[in-house]
Design a protein around this ligand. Structure first.
Ligand SMILES: [Fe+2]
Length: 240
């Protein structure tokens, strides 16, 4: 029988993390503001495995302020991390590139990609460098597809400006924690809007601390339609 009631369901109860590929995480320990130690990271991995997560892209911040984080150093840290990993999760190394003054140098060195050619990029939360459109263009002419990390968090950017990036065929990645309200009501509202309008391609946890992520997941309940929209992103993640 048709019902006018649409009940929200918690995403863990709905089993939505089962089989998940996560495209954005700060689980590689000791390289950025994410997990501080291997022990902390492995504890998080054991939890994520229990929730059904199968594959995770480790995307440490790559930015001017973290000069050690170039691909060869990160690959070394990644190999050690994977070698000692106690969970059954499969890991891939990528990066979250800040579009700052160091970006052009990174581009010359070669980018760590999510899948074959997506490059996860971010801007500051205060204001974007006026050079951002050029950097995004440089990526695309080199055969990469810019993947804008958590666009819902750039509240300084008017919605029209954000959507103009979609017109250029750049892909958007939503943070699950945005939907849960971790970054405030305005970000949550924008994430829901972009999700419902079909503007996202991928979804990531952007996990830095396990306790914050666990709280967010417990608080995250979605309607049937929103779960369906999220399901499409999770399927895109799996196909990477
Ligand atoms: Fe991140």
């Amino acid at each position: 029988m048709f019902s006018i009631f649409s009940f929200n369901k918690n995403i863990l109860d709905a089993g939505m993390l089962s089989g998940m590929t996560d495209v954005h995480s700060h689980l590689l320990p000791g390289v950025d503001d994410g997990m501080g130690s291997a022990e902390e990271s492995y504890q998080a991995c054991r939890y994520l495995e229990k929730m059904g997560v199968k594959r995770i892209f480790l995307t440490p911040h790559i930015m001017e302020d973290l000069p050690d984080n170039h691909p060869s150093f990160l690959k070394q840290r990644f190999d050690t991390f994977v070698e000692n990993n106690p969970s059954g999760i499969e890991f891939r190394l990528a990066g979250e590139y800040m579009m700052d003054n160091g970006f052009d140098g990174q581009l010359k060195e070669g980018m760590l990609t999510v899948g074959d050619n997506y490059v996860l990029v971010e801007t500051s939360y205060m204001a974007a460098s006026p050079d951002v459109p050029r950097m995004l263009y440089e990526l695309s002419v080199r055969g990469y597809c810019p993947l804008i990390a958590h666009p819902e968090r750039y509240l300084y950017m008017p919605l029209e400006q954000l959507l103009a990036l979609k017109d250029r065929k750049y892909a958007f990645q939503m943070n699950l924690m945005s939907l849960a309200g971790v970054y405030g009501k305005d970000v949550q509202k924008r994430a829901l809007f972009l999700l419902r309008e079909g503007h996202y391609t991928f979804v990531g946890s952007d996990i830095h601390k396990l306790s914050v992520y666990q709280r967010a997941l417990s608080a995250l309940s979605l309607s049937k339609d929103d779960r369906k929209a999220l399901g499409i992103l999770l399927e895109n993640n799996r196909n990477l």
